[in-house]
Design a protein around this ligand. Structure first.
Ligand SMILES: C[S@@+](CC[C@H](N)C(=O)[O-])C[C@H]1O[C@@H](n2cnc3c(N)ncnc32)[C@H](O)[C@@H]1O
Length: 188
């Protein structure tokens, strides 16, 4: 599994019914790996609006429907084909143990995803994501770290993944930013 997800698994050790989300699913390759390699992952919500295209949608559909035929995975995988902003409205705050962000890698989109999904993660759960090396992702993480004090950790050697533990403090300061009482990201 990817490094951010390995970090989440370590952080969640001892939990037997992990609820997670992947934002940006594409052909569902990472999703399939996650559900097959993480037995404690009991509920995986897959969110993608398929701006990537109909071919990727069809490829994902074949794999996700095949999983749903398999009694081992049948009730563990849910597919939300819509923008992640709309999908987020389907879930109560604090539901998820982790979310893996891998959708739009532009600066403001990444910031947006951070602010959208932090409230959905339970205290001491994990927010993680992919493509740390990409310009927009990198800048969004830098901005967030500058505001909140280096909360987001860099990826491993290849700098692919990023991750952090969603503490009560982070939840509070992002809630303030969403309300408009503190800064939302940085404009750089
Ligand atoms: C990099 S791919 C995901 C790859 C996948 N996580 C993997 O590792 O195999 C990005 C996906 O994000 C989706 N996407 C982009 N913007 C989105 C948005 N606002 N809401 C939901 N999905 C989005 C695209 O349709 C695309 O399929």
């Amino acid at each position: 599994m990817r490094e951010g997800l390995e970090f989440a698994r370590e952080q969640l050790i001892g939990k037997h019914s992990v609820i997670g989300a992947e934002i940006g699913v594409y052909r569902a390759d990472n999703a399939i790996e996650m559900i097959k390699e993480w037995p404690e992952l009991k509920e995986l919500h897959l969110v993608d609006s398929y701006v990537s295209g109909i071919i990727q949608y069809r490829q994902a559909a074949l794999k996700i429907y095949a999983l749903r035929e398999d009694p081992q995975y049948k009730r563990r995988v849910y597919w939300h084909v819509m923008t992640h902003h709309l999908a987020a409205q389907r879930f109560p705050n604090g539901l998820f143990h982790f979310a893996y962000i891998d959708d739009d890698h532009q600066f403001f989109a990444v910031l947006d995803a951070l602010y959208t999904w932090i409230p959905k993660i339970r205290t001491d759960g994990v927010l993680c994501g992919h493509d740390r090396w990409q310009g927009g992702v990198n800048r969004a993480i830098k901005s967030f770290n500058e505001l909140y004090g280096d909360v987001i950790l860099n990826g491993g050697e290849d700098n692919r993944d990023w991750w952090f533990v969603v503490t009560d403090e982070i939840k509070d300061i992002t809630a303030d930013a969403i309300r408009g009482t503190t800064l939302y990201g940085l404009h750089r």
